[in-house]
Design a protein. Structure first.
Length: 336
């Protein structure tokens, strides 16, 4: 398949997180043909249940091209016109997978060895595939991770702090609110405190931002709510230890509210290379979970602004450019 046909074939496999087996089998078979023709090796790296990462290498891999094979819901199939390929995962990151495979094919035709491909499950939720891969490094000095950066090298990506809050109160008839204690009121008090916290900035990554993503509670309009909950995400720009402490203090200042779950993915700053345009991205990636795979770089086709939306697409020219960028990056890094 050419790069456009491969992108569409990958999009047309539903690989919503947790359902990656079919696309994993497809990539394994596809890469089997490539390694048989070029003297490489490909393997399935078990992750959980029937889920697995796919790793291929040609010689000892000094450089590894990596990205994820899962997508967010809902699945919708591919379509194309003269300019774009559309569909779930078009830019996040099935177009990137196709570009990496195209780059690998072109490098092999030139006789280049000493690189690999790593395709992982689970990035859109808990980066489980990356966590498992990090326990099985292959000796690479450099890793080029693929996410939609509009084909610019990202100099940094923000971290991700997830907080789930639960509040308890005492139910009562709404005509007699003094007989109850509203879990919703308590939760709103905490959220107001969190929104008022001063947040760190970084000269490279910019401002920390906080978002209340979900808010739910109560049982009926004519009852004082005895339960409520919220999910809050913070896009961090550096170590989050002090911020987590201040968040915890704000929550514990209000009785009846607790932190039910907290997860932290750190911010990352990346390397740059001569001749590449650069950018900063506000999202997080698998990279913080892949420290054993070498110095990280981040680049991929498409825009994050259409990822996770019904308008997800990638420009055909961007796919061709990404393959060329990946090829050039492997050459530069391999010879360092």
């Amino acid at each position: 398949m050419n790069i456009f046909a491969l992108t569409r074939a990958l999009i047309d496999i539903d690989s919503t997180t947790g359902k990656e087996r079919e696309i994993g089998d497809f990539l394994f078979r596809y890469l089997e043909d490539l390694v048989e023709a070029s003297g490489g090796a490909v393997e399935k790296m078990p992750v959980e249940g029937d889920r697995f990462n796919v790793f291929a290498a040609w010689g000892e891999p000094a450089v590894v091209l990596s990205t994820h094979i899962d997508t967010v819901p809902p699945f919708f199939p591919s379509s194309e016109d003269d300019e774009f390929i559309r569909g779930r995962g078009a830019c996040d990151t099935k177009g990137g997978i196709a570009a990496m495979i195209q780059a690998a094919r072109e490098l092999l035709e030139e006789g280049v060895r000493g690189f690999g491909l790593l395709f992982m499950v689970g990035e859109e939720t808990d980066s489980l595939g990356a966590q498992v891969a990090n326990r099985q490094p292959k000796g690479a000095r450099y890793m080029i991770n693929g996410e939609p950066t509009e084909n610019r090298l990202a100099l940094g990506s923000k971290g991700y702090l997830y907080i789930r809050l639960e509040a308890e109160g005492r139910a009562a008839h709404s005509a007699y609110p003094e007989l109850g204690e509203s879990a919703i009121d308590r939760l709103l008090d905490v959220l107001a405190r969190l929104r008022a916290l001063p947040l760190p900035t970084d000269p490279v990554l910019g401002e920390t931002t906080l978002n209340v993503g979900t808010l739910a509670g109560g049982r009926a309009a004519n009852m004082v709510a005895d339960l409520a909950g919220a999910e809050v995400t913070v896009r961090t720009v550096g170590p989050a230890g002090d911020l987590k402490r201040r968040i915890s203090e704000a929550v514990h200042a209000v009785p009846g509210v607790r932190i039910a779950e907290i997860r932290d993915t750190p911010a990352v700053q990346f390397g740059s290379l001569p001749g590449f345009a650069t950018t900063i991205v506000k999202y997080t990636t698998d990279v913080p979970r892949l420290g054993a795979w070498g110095e990280p770089f981040l680049l991929g086709p498409g825009s994050i602004h259409v990822a996770h939306t019904p308008e997800e697409r990638v420009a055909k020219q961007a796919l061709l450019d990404a393959a060329r960028h990946y090829r050039d990056m492997v050459r530069q890094l391999r010879d360092r």
